[in-house]
Design a protein around this ligand. Structure first.
Ligand code: ATP
Ligand code: MG
Length: 299
């Protein structure tokens, strides 16, 4: 894994407001990195600083994929605010203007419009687009120069469930091409569904960072059922790595510890002669973890 961005004690104060405080983090190439936090926690300010549009009060960051700041900036596609497209011009005409300004990417107009699912509407005026389509055109504009890094600030804001799902699919699709994506969100579920890694900000401070998969696994529960639930319960109770056991509508909900997983449990039960009628893993959402993180950081 190669680091692509290193942030070291980055701080931004606006007078008395501490928008970002001593933030350090590292993003690896190919990560889909979520910056998660409630309103006003410093997400946009952080993105603004690493995009060189907000001047840090102190601290530093470095993009490790290129030499100078201006060179590395060209390798980043970003949407901090919805770019101003010309309402009466089509998607194609608008992107031609973007390519001209960026001096790059004119040859990518058709492929990016296909990628964001706007190819069918490419000749329609921007003002006739839905909010989700406008958002996808912004992403198309950010992708024009085929940057290895994409930065998005709350890309699903204001969209309906269908629009949200489309943007999520698009982000996954872009990530599958090996691009590194950094995005801010206040929606946990979004981070959980799209990101590989995340950091949680609270009042400008980092209160957690980690790997989404690992956090989900830490909170993983196993469901089992068999014909004789009482017998099953007493046998499961004897499993060495059992952390907790609950009864829930005809099933046992089990949490294991010490890295044991459902396969270990199943082997144990087979050894005890138990035939299961049901076995599944239930990944709990990041929600509880996130709420705990915010709560713990109050103490
Ligand atoms: N230009 C500015 N001048 C003064 N204060 C600012 C400025 N920009 C941001 N702030 C303050 O910095 C803090 C962090 O704001 P920021 O926009 O980074 O939060 P955010 O996490 O992006 O919030 P949201 O989820 O609402 O977009 C807030 O208290 C905000 O009022
Ligand atoms: Mg913001």
């Amino acid at each position: 894994m190669n680091s692509i961005l290193k942030i070291n004690n980055l701080t931004k104060h606006y007078g008395k407001i501490k928008a970002v405080e001593n933030l350090s983090l590292e993003v690896q190439e190919g990560n889909v990195y979520g910056i998660l936090g409630p309103n006003g926690s410093g997400k946009t300010t952080t993105l603004g600083m690493i995009l060189d549009v907000v001047k840090p009060t102190s601290g530093e960051y470095s993009w490790l994929n290129a030499g100078s700041k201006s060179q590395s900036r060209k390798k980043i596609g970003a949407i901090l605010e919805t770019p101003a497209f010309y309402p009466y011009l089509s998607a194609v005409r608008n992107l031609k203007i973007v390519a001209k300004i960026k001096e790059n990417g004119a040859e990518n107009i058709e492929p990016v419009l296909k990628q964001v699912g706007l190819f069918d509407r490419k000749d329609d005026a921007f003002k006739t687009y839905s909010l989700g389509m406008k958002q996808r055109l912004s992403i198309a504009a950010a992708l024009l120069a085929d940057p290895p890094v994409l930065i998005l600030d709350e890309p699903t804001n204001g969209l309906d469930p269908q629009g949200i799902a489309e943007i999520r699919e698009l982000i996954k699709n872009i990530a599958s091409q090996g691009k590194t994506i950094l995005f801010a969100s206040h929606i946990l579920d979004e981070v959980q569904k799209v990101c590989t890694h995340f950091t949680v900000l609270k009042s400008g401070k980092k209160v957690y960072d980690g790997n989404v998969e690992e956090v989900m696994n830490q909170n993983k529960k196993i469901e089992v059922a068999s014909e004789n639930l009482e017998e099953l319960k007493s046998i499961v109770s004897g499993f060495g790595d059992l952390e907790s056991l609950e009864n829930e509508s005809g099933k046992l909900i089990i949490k294991l510890m010490n890295g044991s997983d459902s396969i270990d449990l199943h082997k144990y039960l087979i050894d005890k002669g138990i035939v299961l009628s049901h076995l599944s893993e239930r990944k709990s959402s990041l929600e509880q973890k996130f709420l705990n993180i915010l709560k713990e950081s109050d103490d």
